[in-house]
Design a protein around this ligand. Structure first.
Ligand SMILES: Cc1cc2nc3c(=O)[nH]c(=O)nc-3n(C[C@H](O)[C@H](O)[C@H](O)COP(=O)(O)OP(=O)(O)OC[C@H]3O[C@@H](n4cnc5c(N)ncnc54)[C@H](O)[C@@H]3O)c2cc1C
Length: 422
């Protein structure tokens, strides 16, 4: 694999870009592997990379029914942050953010991680107290990049915000300065290229269609490109998890599949430097500006379960209303595209990285709105779990039993309705 560095960029600039290698191979599936990861999204690719790089597992395949990054990986609004406060979640997301800070170097691929600050607006003294508690806990546990901004600071930093007559008056904001955005395609491609260089077979257009098992373990995965056996199997299929779980004859999961949309406008000159989040009284909206200038918006779920990767118009209206409520100046920006992805919403808003009732099956799922930021730690801990057959203490609580024991990880205290955990 030709490395990306100044010399190679210069050389290829002079040689008509003729000296670059293919980014990853297109191998034929083998009949047997040590580990098969089902799902070529960010989590599957990251897991394969860390397994190969840090656990010296050699015969690994990532099996993807479409093209890599074609699921939520390439559909999200790319926000990366670590403002969680429950034990387990806090360490997990902070580990992820720390890994994001080195990811371009780790992969020798520019994932365009931009630490531009994550600004959560608040609109009442009660909301300010709640975020102050959360952000103080972050500071007390070693994360000193958090601040509370009063209205004057907010106006100075984000001059286009409607601080005059917004429907819900803006009082200030909680800010995480190391948070930001990254380029989602680049993350998928970077992990794929690095994993391939370590010998991982990335098998695209290879759908797992049925699963053969005995009492205790998975025997064979029947795919659209033939039968594959594996000593260990990891599911990392996000919104399709319940389908695969049922194929394995394992019944129901505490997960619902919901649609989440994203939107992008025509390119504009630089307008918003940060990620800005607005959530109050049923309104839910987040906005950032891409490097190409498009404003990237996101909002709430479509509020009904579905496996469709397209959204409905009521959310377009909802998001447009939120956008103009806090940034009236974007009212005339034209929306270029909107799309949706299938979210694997868990009942307490936290993920699963855990063993399963089958001895050689491992589960990575339940990412809700937050799986992009989790990519690095998710791959890291899932690889460790698969390689060593026990969870690292950080992810011990991210298991399926928590709904039996009551040790749920409900960050928002919203209760057992997955739709409330956005
Ligand atoms: C609109 C939107 C906005 C979002 N915004 C953010 C954000 O700002 N920040 C954040 O942290 N997170 C965000 N997320 C969430 C994040 O994108 C997901 O949680 C994360 O991408 C899920 O992990 P993944 O990339 O591995 O999933 P996916 O990319 O969905 O990967 C799963 C893969 O499994 C494949 N697959 C499914 N079934 C099979 C099968 N039977 N055989 C083989 N392959 C199969 C699918 O084709 C898919 O490619 C957002 C999501 C959406 C949809």
């Amino acid at each position: 694999m030709t490395r990306f560095n100044a010399w190679n960029v210069l050389k290829n600039g002079l040689l008509g870009q003729s000296g670059w290698d293919r980014q990853w191979r297109d191998p034929e599936p083998k009949s047997a592997y040590d580990v098969v990861i089902v799902g070529g999204g960010l989590h599957g690719l990251a897991t394969a990379y860390y397994l190969a790089k840090y656990h010296q597992v050699r015969r690994i395949a990532v099996v993807e029914k479409g093209w890599i990054g074609g699921g939520n990986a390439g559909r999200n609004t790319t926000i990366v942050r670590s403002n969680y406060f429950l034990p387990g979640n806090r360490e997990f997301y902070e580990k992820s953010l720390t890994m994001w800070e080195q990811l371009s170097h780790e992969l020798n691929y520019n994932v365009m991680f931009s630490q531009r600050s994550h600004v959560s607006l608040f609109h009442s003294p009660g909301a300010r107290d709640a975020v102050a508690r959360r952000y103080n806990i972050m500071r007390l546990t070693g994360n000193d990049d958090t601040e509370l901004w009063d209205l004057e600071t907010l106006k100075r930093n984000i001059p286009h915000l409607n601080t005059e007559d917004a429907r819900f008056p803006i009082l200030g904001a909680a800010v995480q300065k190391r948070a930001g955005t990254a380029r989602h395609d680049a993350v998928a491609w970077g992990y794929a290229r690095a994993a391939d260089a370590l010998g991982v077979d990335i098998l695209q257009n290879c759908e797992v269609q049925s699963i053969e098992r005995d009492e205790n373990s998975i025997q064979t995965l029947t795919t659209s490109r033939g039968a594959i056996t594996a000593k260990k199997v990891g599911f990392a299929v996000a919104g399709n998890t319940s389908l695969l779980w049922q194929q394995a004859g394992l019944g129901q999961l505490p997960i619902e599949s919901h649609k989440l949309q994203a939107f992008v406008t025509e390119p504009l000159k630089p307008l918003i430097d940060q990620v800005v989040v607005y959530g109050v009284g049923g309104a839910h909206f987040y906005i950032s500006q891409s490097d190409k200038g498009g404003l990237v918006y996101g909002g709430d779920l479509d509020w009904y379960k579905s496996y469709a990767q397209r959204g409905n118009l009521h959310i377009v209206q909802d998001v447009a209303e939120c956008a103009t409520a806090i940034f009236p100046c974007v009212g005339r920006a034209r929306l270029l595209r909107h799309w949706s992805g299938i979210q694997d919403m868990s009942m307490d808003g936290s993920p699963f990285i855990c063993k399963t009732p089958l001895s050689n099956l491992y589960l990575n799922a339940g990412w809700n709105y937050g799986g992009f930021k989790a990519t690095c730690a998710s791959g890291w801990y899932f690889a460790d779990l698969i390689a060593n057959d026990r969870p690292d203490p950080v992810i011990e609580g991210h298991n399926l039993q928590r709904f039996e024991t009551g040790a749920v990880l409900d960050e928002r205290g919203a209760g057992a309705d997955c739709k409330l955990h956005g």
